[in-house]
Write a protein that binds this ligand. Structure first.
Ligand SMILES: Nc1ncnc2c1ncn2[C@@H]1O[C@H](COP(=O)(O)OP(=O)(O)OP(=O)(O)O)[C@@H](O)[C@H]1O
Length: 322
C-alpha cells in the first residue's frame, strides 16, 4: 500500500484553480518532493490530501485512509506529522503550551530529544520568537510523535543553514525508521539532496514525476577540457554537445555516452579535464519554460494564498476555504 495515493485530485477556490487532475503515489519509505514556483499549487495539494480542504473532484488516501472522509482522515492524521507552510501559531501561548496541546492529541515520544536538538527554548511566548524559532516549534510538533508519514510544506523556510542540515538528518532518520515523507519546496537543491523522486507542479498541474537520479542524468555532464593543440570549433559541433564554448579551454554540456566522449577527446592531447554533473536547473528548464526555481528559491511569480491563512496543525482540520 502506498503511503499517499492521489487520484485525479482537483481543488478550485471558486473559479481560481488551485490544482487540477493531480495523480501520483508516494511509496512506503519514500521521500517525495513537490517542486514548483510560488502559486504552483503545492500547498493546495497538501492541504487537500490531508482533508483540510474538500476536493472539487478526485480523491486521496493517506496510509490507506480516505482523505475525503472526516472520520477516516482524522484517524490517519494521528499517524501523520504535518508542517504547515505558514504555521499560524497562537502568538500568546508559550512554545511549551502549544506543544503540550499537540502532545495531548498525538503523543510526544521524541519531544525532549527534538527540543534539545533544535535548541528550542520552550518557555518563550511564540509571539516573541523569531521566524526561524517559530519554524522550529512547528517542526518539533510535526515530528515529536514519530509519525509514519510526514507532510512538510516548505519545511526549511526561515531555518539557517546549520538547522537545515539538522532537519535533513532528521528526515533521513525518520525514513530509516520506516516513515514516508512528502515535502514541498521551491528550492531545487533541497529537493535534489533529500528526495528520491520529485513531482513538478506548474500552474496547478503535475507536469512531471521523475526520480532525482534520472533528472540528473538527463541534465548531462558539464565538461571543461584544456587541449594542447589548436581546436577547430566544428570538430566539437557534434551530437551530444550543447552550450559549446571554445576558447583557452573548451567547455560544453555532454548528453551522450561516456565512450563517445572519450573517443572525441582521444584525438587531442588533453592537458586538463573536468567532468561534473550539469546543474539540475538545466533539466528543469523543460518543465518551467524558463521559469526555473533557483538555488535560493526564487521561483516565478504567482498568486499568494488568500483567505486560507489559518492556524492549523496535523491535529485538526480547520474547515474549508471553498
Ligand atoms: N484560499 C485561497 N483562495 C483563493 N485562491 C487561492 C487560495 N489559496 C490558494 N489559492 C490560489 O491557488 C493557486 C495555488 O496556490 P498554492 O498556495 O497552493 O501554491 P503554492 O505552490 O503552495 O505557492 P507558494 O510556493 O507561494 O506557497 C494560486 O493561484 C493561489 O492564488
Amino acid at each position: 500500500m502506498p503511503a499517499i495515493e492521489c487520484r485525479n485530485l482537483s481543488k478550485y477556490y471558486g473559479d481560481v484553480r488551485g490544482i487540477e487532475d493531480v495523480s501520483f503515489a508516494v511509496e512506503d519509505g519514500e521521500v517525495f518532493g513537490f517542486l514548483g514556483p510560488n502559486g504552483a499549487g503545492k500547498t493546495t495539494a497538501i492541504r487537500t490530501m490531508l482533508g483540510f480542504l474538500s476536493p472539487t473532484s478526485g480523491g486521496a488516501t493517506l496510509l490507506g485512509h480516505d482523505a475525503t472522509d472526516p472520520v477516516d482522515s482524522r484517524r490517519a492524521r494521528e499517524r501523520i506529522g504535518f508542517l504547515p507552510g505558514d504555521p499560524g501559531l497562537d502568538r500568546d501561548r508559550t512554545a511549551a503550551a502549544f506543544l503540550d496541546h499537540q502532545a495531548a492529541l498525538r503523543g510526544e515520544s521524541s519531544r525532549e530529544d527534538l527540543v534539545e536538538r533544535f535548541g528550542l527554548d520552550e518557555s518563550r511566548r511564540i509571539g516573541d520568537l523569531s521566524r526561524g524559532n517559530r519554524q522550529k516549534v512547528a517542526l518539533v510538533a510535526a515530528f515529536m510523535h514519530d509519525p509514519d508519514l510526514l507532510l512538510l510544506d516548505e519545511p526549511t523556510s526561515g531555518l539557517d543553514p546549520l538547522l537545515q542540515e539538522e532537519f535533513a538528518a532528521l528526515v533521513r532518520e525518520r525514513v530509516d525508521d520506516g516513515a514516508s515523507v512528502l515535502l514541498s519546496s521551491h528550492v531545487l537543491g533541497e529537493v535534489a539532496a533529500l528526495c528520491d523522486r520529485v513531482g513538478v507542479l506548474r500552474q496547478g498541474h503535475l507536469v512531471a514525476v521523475e526520480s532525482v537520479s534520472d533528472l540528473r542524468s538527463r541534465g548531462g555532464k558539464q565538461v571543461r577540457v584544456r587541449i594542447a593543440e589548436d581546436v577547430d570549433r566544428s570538430d566539437f559541433e557534434v551530437r551530444g554537445i550543447m552550450n559549446l564554448r571554445v576558447g583557452e579551454t573548451v567547455s560544453f554540456t555532454w548528453t551522450g555516452e561516456y565512450d563517445a566522449l572519450i573517443d572525441l577527446l582521444s584525438r587531442y592531447t588533453v592537458r586538463d579535464l573536468d567532468v561534473v554533473d550539469a546543474p539540475l536547473e538545466e533539466a528543469f528548464m523543460t518543465f518551467y519554460d524558463g521559469d526555473v526555481p533557483g538555488p535560493t528559491g526564487n521561483g516565478g511569480a504567482g498568486g499568494a494564498p488568500g483567505d486560507d491563512a489559518r492556524s492549523d496543525t496535523a491535529a485538526e482540520p480547520a474547515g474549508d476555504a471553498r
